[in-house]
Ligand binder design. Sequence first.
Ligand SMILES: [Cu+2]
Length: 88
Amino acid sequence: MSRVDLNVEGMSCGSCVKHINAALHSVAGINEVAVDLNSNQVTVIGSMDTATVIGVLREAGYPAHVVTPVINAGAKTASSVGSGCCCH
Ligand SMILES: [Cu+2]
């Protein structure tokens, strides 16, 4: 079981939240989905992998990226752009 925190772009109302919830709940392995409209964050708990979650959100129309700890933001910005997944 793992937990993934994502920043999601393009969420603006309650139907976006419903849309995202429905899209993510259709993914095998996802046990729990929490969408926070105010902070544009989505938390997913389950046995799925991060790339799958990001792919599903992208297909639903909401580009997403993993929330990186602020401490690493300066050093890692350049190398982490585009890779998206740190589980390999
Ligand atoms: Cu909306």
